[in-house]
Design a protein around this ligand. Structure first.
Ligand code: HEM
Ligand code: HEM
Ligand SMILES: [Fe+2]
Length: 447
């Protein structure tokens, strides 16, 4: 660790581990409910569990991106973070808002819009919190000694992610318009600007871990940004097929979203090529494993499984079924969860001075969580295909079909148990690393 303020990242990563654990608990509640054991229904009905599960996911991923930025930006700009104490205030405020939202869901205080369930008054607080974060990162870059492509792409990814939260707050009483704007947030995040954040974090990790020249790695970053914008923006149309929007979206959405896997393929090829090319062997092989794993699994989960249902001819059958959940799990895991795990695996030895990357538990955590997640994806796929066939082809009633496919959720719960074992091994190592060295208060805000 070169700069004292980088240790702020640790507290964000710790919050990630905590919220991920809670997310998994709600995953199991839903897994059992799908099996027919919905015993908690009176306290935590399915919709509450689902909103809690997905919002916790978004919250810990955002905390992870923020932690990664607080770690990367000082190093890339060659200076300490401005106003480090405010970064801690920003984290605490984020957690307070998030936890309030989650508690609110349990008392039916929510908006009922998938992924954007956070009640409106809290949305404003999220905006203020994220603006503070953008100010701290932007100000550090502004005052920095160096402007690197990596830090600029990371900054614009974060800034546009913040701005794209706003269309989700446009008031409307029209269901179609509401969906229309909702996708500006959900789609343009995960298949647009979050990819910039991902490309930049991968670039930082590859520069550190492979020893390949920054110029070469950052040149690839431009290519990825290009592919992302070319396909991802109009690719939003793959959510406008059947929601009451004009018919031209069938063509536009189908064509451009079919190109989206290219950006993920680019990232996978780039990570593998750089790892092969790298002459210098960084001792932290584990972080490189997570980095390459992220690039490859994001292609499988987002690129390949996304493509599987992106054409209107397929989507007309699979829309809103468990096929979507199949893709959602592996895409989020591969692209964004593994990215944060890679960052944590790289940063923790630097932050704490302890080298816990070369031990059995760390390797166990990587393989067990990944095999578990692939198995979960398969379980969702089997349930999803059965659902599509019975409900959309045979015309059976929704709830009748849910009863028929209960058995597949035994597979899901078993796979999820394996996955959780891997995650707990990762968290166990995280705890064993202990706290970062030194105190951030020693750094003056003016330097
Ligand atoms: C890391 C990137 C990605 C993530 C995290 C992700 C995640 C998700 C999630 C969570 C949903 C459900 C959203 C909702 O219903 O509110 C979804 C839907 C969808 N995704 Fe992705 N996705 C990614 C990339 C892609 C790509 C590259 C494609 C296409 C090539 C794609 C195609 C689709 C389609 C067509 C749907 C709509 C499914 C439906 O009609 O029910 N996704 N995605
Ligand atoms: C032990 C682990 C987990 C279990 C048992 C589990 C189970 C579930 C279940 C049953 C659903 C609801 C599907 C439905 O609507 O019927 C769901 C939704 C979802 N979960 Fe998980 N989950 C787990 C972990 C995760 C992880 C680690 C991630 C992300 C990396 C994740 C991402 C999602 C997403 C994005 C959705 C919404 C999918 C959609 O929009 O269709 N889950 N989960
Ligand atoms: Fe999309």
């Amino acid at each position: 660790m070169k700069y004292k303020t980088q240790k702020i990242a640790y507290y964000f990563f710790a919050v990630c581990m905590l919220l991920l654990s809670l997310q998994i608990v709600y995953g199991f509640i839903m897994g059992f409910a799908h099996m027919g054991y919905d015993n908690l229904h009176s306290i935590i009905p399915f919709h509450t569990a689902r909103a809690t599960h997905t919002n916790l996911l978004v919250m810990w991923l955002l905390a992870g991106f923020m932690g990664a930025a607080y770690y990367i930006i000082p190093e890339e700009t060659e200076r300490e973070l401005i106003y480090p104490q405010l970064a801690i205030v920003q984290l605490v405020a984020l957690v307070v808002v998030g936890v309030t939202a989650i508690i609110g869901f349990h008392f039916n205080w929510w908006e009922g819009r998938k992924f954007l369930e956070i009640p409106r008054p809290l949305d404003y607080l999220v905006v203020v919190d994220v603006l503070l974060f953008i100010f701290l990162i932007g100000g550090t870059i502004w005052k920095g000694k160096r402007y690197s492509t990596t830090s600029i792409v990371l900054f614009f990814g974060l800034l546009t992610a913040a701005l794209l939260y706003l269309p989700g707050m446009i008031p409307t009483t029209n269901q179609t318009m509401d969906s229309y704007w909702r996708w500006w947030v959900v789609h343009l995040w995960v298949e647009g600007v979050w990819e910039l954040i991902m490309g930049a974090i991968l670039s930082f990790l590859l520069i550190k871990l492979t020893g390949v020249d920054r110029e070469i790695i950052e040149k690839w970053l431009y290519v990825i940004v290009g592919f992302t914008f070319l396909s991802g923006i109009l690719g939003t149309g793959h959510h406008y097929y059947f929601i009451g929007t004009p018919r031209y979206w069938l063509m536009i959405g189908g064509f451009f979203s079919a190109l989206e896997p290219l950006a993920f393929l680019g990232m996978a090829m780039y990570a593998i090529a750089m790892a092969k090319k790298g002459g210098r062997q960084h001792p932290n092989r584990l972080a490189l494993t997570w980095t390459i794993g992220c690039a490859v699994m994001s292609f499988v989960g987002a690129g390949f499984l996304g493509f599987a249902h992106t054409l209107p001819q397929v989507n007309i059958y699979t829309h809103g079924t468990l096929v979507t959940a199949m893709h959602g799990h592996l895409a989020f895991w591969g692209a964004y969860a593994m990215l944060i795990f890679a960052m944590i695996a790289y940063a923790m030895p630097q932050l704490t001075g302890r080298k816990l990357f070369d031990n059995g538990w760390s390797i166990f955590a990587f393989w067990t969580s990944n095999i578990g997640m692939v198995a979960m994806t398969l379980a969702f796929a089997v349930a999803g295909v059965a659902q599509v066939y019975l409900e959309r082809r045979m015309g059976l009633d929704f709830l009748q079909v849910q009863k028929e496919i209960e058995v597949h959720f035994l597979g899901l719960v078993l796979a999820a148990s394996l996955f959780s074992l891997g995650i707990f091994a990762f968290i166990w190592i995280f705890i064993k690393y202990g706290l970062p060295k030194g105190k951030i208060e020693n750094v003056s805000a003016a330097n």
